[in-house]
Design a protein around this ligand. Structure first.
Ligand code: ACO
Length: 349
């Protein structure tokens, strides 16, 4: 047994406004039938005017902390600040409230976590797995004892309103887990990670304007460059290859076979991608968690929201062997393995 980071709380938050496929079809040249058959998505949620990523992150963070308290994971160490439940906050997002400063310190402040270290991680749809690996490594290194890891994004704020391809797919949301220091043999212990990137594909998933490259020209952004852009077909192929290969590398490292797995919780991009990853790994449909029909692709929130839904519905139960796997802009990919712990997700206040 060795020191490990252990998942002990789980929460999720969605904005109030749901957008159906029919509502999109009333605004764009698309249909419920196209969206369902090509993506598997039926519904997504969007923030209200004035609502931002940090608002969703705070809601999900509060709920994950509440979830950790419910199963005896409460913590009274206040050395990090008044009322501190954790001594580290890592927030995965590609839609920060502002380009500068990071969004995490404000989230930690609003959660009443005092002066804990708090920073953002930007790895687009892989952000949650990267953030989890970062926080887990800080716990195993003894830098932190308890961490709040949040994935939150509001892609509705960066989509081109007339782009049917992206508006059909993306939704807003946030999900969070609490990690505590524990032992590698405990349920919930993060057993290993596989992380990677390929910057040669940076242009496949991008917002062209708004960064130093564009601003240093002194010219205003070209029309449309402020919006998110994605080349769907190559991204589809890369997502299947990299989530499958990353999962397999991790399984080899952990010493599990695909047959040992109870659930794969993959980034919820497209149901056809999820089935293709399952096929590559030789998995049955029942091993693959799907919740994108209800929330769409929520970017960094995707994996923790899928975990929350699966755990709340009893599809994911204590003792299940689980692999999380993500793929996104960068390009980036990453996977994590754990045995599911006895926790109660909190998705409503
Ligand atoms: N409604 C109707 N037609 C549409 C829609 C829509 N919502 N979206 C695209 N189409 C059209 C296209 O315009 C195209 O029309 P054309 O043939 O006249 O040019 C046709 O459908 C086929 O387009 P494709 O892009 O080839 O469609 P595909 O079946 O590949 O589906 C999709 C597109 C859903 C984007 C798919 O490629 C996909 O899921 N890609 C991967 C997305 C992903 O994994 N993202 C994860 C990372 S994202 C991140 O990190 C933020």
């Amino acid at each position: 047994m060795s020191r490990a980071a252990v998942v002990c709380g789980l929460g999720g938050a969605l904005p109030a406004t749901a957008v159906t496929n029919e509502e999109l079809a009333a605004q764009l040249d698309t249909s419920d039938q196209w969206i369902r058959t090509r993506t598997g998505i039926g519904l997504r949620y969007v923030v209200a005017p004035g609502e931002s990523t940090s608002d969703l992150a705070v809601a999900a963070g509060e709920r994950a902390l509440e979830s950790a308290r419910r199963k005896g994971g409460s913590h009274t160490d206040t050395t990090a600040g008044a009322g501190a439940d954790v001594d580290l906050v890592v927030l995965a997002t590609s839609t920060p409230d502002r380009p500068c400063p990071g969004t995490a310190p404000g989230v930690a402040h609003r959660l009443g976590l005092g002066t804990v270290p708090a920073f953002d991680v930007a790895a687009v749809c892989t952000g949650f797995v990267y953030a989890l690996a970062t926080a887990a490594s800080m716990i195993t290194a003894g830098v932190a004892e308890r961490a709040l890891v949040i994935g939150a994004d509001t892609f509705s704020t960066i989509l081109d309103p007339v782009d049917r391809t992206t508006r059909a797919i993306f939704g807003d949301g946030a999900g969070a887990v609490v990690l505590r220091a524990g032992e590698s043999g405990e349920p919930g212990a993060l057993l290993g990670f596989d992380l990677g990137s390929d910057g040669s594909g940076a242009d496949l998933i991008t917002v062209r304007a708004g960064g130093s490259r564009q601003r240093s020209t002194g010219e205003p952004p070209a029309e449309g460059d402020q919006f998110f852009a994605m080349e769907g077909r190559p991204v589809f192929t890369e997502a299947v290859i990299n989530m499958s290969e990353s999962s397999q590398r991790l399984l080899d490292r952990v010493g599990w076979t695909p047959g040992d797995l109870d659930k794969v919780v993959a980034h919820q991009a497209n149901v056809r991608i999820l089935h293709a990853v399952g096929e590559q790994l030789g998995l049955e449909d029942k091993q693959i968690v799907v919740n994108l029909d209800r929330v769409g692709n929520t970017v960094a929130a995707s994996i923790p929201l899928a975990l929350s839904d699966a755990a709340a519905e009893g599809d994911l139960v204590p003792g299940h062997r689980v692999v999380l796997t993500g793929f996104g802009g960068g390009l980036t990919w990453g996977s994590a393995a754990l045995v599911w712990p006895d926790i109660e997700p909190v998705t409503q206040s």
